[in-house]
Design a protein around this ligand. Structure first.
Ligand SMILES: Nc1ncnc2c1ncn2[C@@H]1O[C@H](COP(=O)(O)OP(=O)(O)OP(=O)(O)O)[C@@H](O)[C@H]1O
Ligand SMILES: [Mg+2]
Length: 359
């Protein structure tokens, strides 16, 4: 399965453009601010119904348009599918597959998915724990509706419990009820996170070994607030232990909303000691692992979008990455510079929202 072409109308700095892609590696070259990232964002939007940069439809619409319209043609052997997405300034949206409107965006997941890597993703290694929890919630949510549902409930009760702790005289019975709700929801959340991280960790280690030419060993280390496999009684005991501190801080201090994981490279924490290139390689490895997890789940490789990722990889790592991608994953790369010679890529030149001929 691959994306054969895309039409962009009123999308970001594009007025009306159509471009046909290669099933292999597509490279978008151009000066700063010309529309390379905007094009990748359009491809990602078409695959998932959301933008990695904004949740506001209005920002996606060209300043001179009233709406945007994207149309993609998918090829899979002899079969063709058309995906269409549109959005208006008042927030209205239309999404269609082969002319039939979708009830829910998740319907698209079986047909097309994508993995995006942009420079901001380095916060996964460098940033605080909230970025890593968000990553887990989005990734697990993509493959498990049960997780999305449980997590939604957990966040709701957490907000209520925190609000209660902030009140002058918290109602003890209500506090106990909310504590039990959180304890009951923690079990399934921690279990799903643990299952996912086990698979992700193994695959990330393998991908990273390849990218680093077997010289570095990357591991994900989890820091659980409540570790997996505890009984309800044990979880409730954890809440009881922290109750004095909770009254002091007026916040819920234990539970999955405090979980974190770190990237350990050859035994040391990448967040504190990794070089830029090493941090970037680690994020790349986790993204490639995600690709394999999606493949296992849906039987299809997702599209891979790499925004400005090449600039900090050395030639050796660039070549190893391209070698892995070739003939496997349809890839879209934006870059201000050409790739190492010999790479099997189709290049396009982007200039002020116009996509030039293949070079
Ligand atoms: N809704 C919009 N309507 C019109 N133009 C927009 C809109 N949103 C962004 N732009 C323009 O798009 C341009 C940025 O495009 P983009 O981020 O794709 O650049 P790029 O080619 O990736 O550049 P760089 O190499 O710096 O990353 C900006 O100049 C911005 O003004
Ligand atoms: Mg860019």
């Amino acid at each position: 399965m691959y994306l054969n072409s895309i039409n962009l109308k009123g999308w970001r700095n594009y007025q009306e453009e159509k471009v046909t892609f290669d099933p292999g590696i597509n490279l978008f070259l151009g000066n700063n601010g010309q529309g390379k990232t905007n094009l990748l964002e359009g491809i990602y939007f078409l695959s998932t119904g959301q933008s990695p940069r904004t949740s506001k439809i209005e920002e996606l619409i060209n300043w001179r348009s009233q709406y945007f319209y994207l149309k993609g043609e998918l090829h899979k052997g002899e079969r063709k599918n058309i995906i269409e997405m549109g959005g208006a300034r008042d927030g209205r949206r239309v999404n269609k597959i082969d002319g039939v409107p979708l009830q829910r965006l998740t319907e698209i997941a079986g047909l097309l998915s994508a993995v995006f890597f942009m420079p901001e993703d380095l916060t996964l290694v460098k940033g605080g724990p909230a970025a890593r929890r968000r990553f887990l919630d989005i990734e697990i949510g993509q493959i498990s509706t049960a997780y999305r549902y449980t997590m939604g409930n957990y966040k709701k009760y957490l907000r209520e419990r925190n609000a209660l702790l902030k009140s002058k005289y918290p109602d003890k019975i209500l506090l106990q009820v909310l504590t039990e709700k959180l304890a009951d929801l923690s079990g399934p959340i921690v279990k799903e996170r643990n299952d996912y991280l086990q698979k992700l960790s193994l695959l990330t280690r393998l991908k990273h070994r390849k990218l680093s030419g077997n010289i570095e060993e990357l591991n994900l280390r989890y820091n659980w607030s409540i570790e997996p496999g505890l009984s309800r009684q044990q979880v409730l005991a954890r809440f009881a232990e922290s109750s004095a501190l909770e009254r002091q801080y007026r916040l819920t201090l234990v539970g999955p909303h405090k979980d974190d994981f770190s990237f350990i490279l050859n035994g040391v924490d990448l967040r504190a000691f990794g070089s830029q290139g090493q941090q970037r390689t680690a994020v790349l490895a986790i993204k490639l692992a995600e690709i394999e997890l999606i493949k296992a789940e849906t039987n299809e490789y997702p599209l891979l979008l790499l925004d400005d990722v090449f600039s900090e990889l050395d030639d050796e790592r660039k070549s190893l990455l391209l070698e892995y991608l070739t003939d496997r994953v349809q890839t879209f790369i934006s870059s201000a510079e050409a790739l190492p010679p010999g790479a099997k890529v189709i290049s396009y030149w982007i200039d002020s929202g116009r996509i030039g001929e293949r070079i």
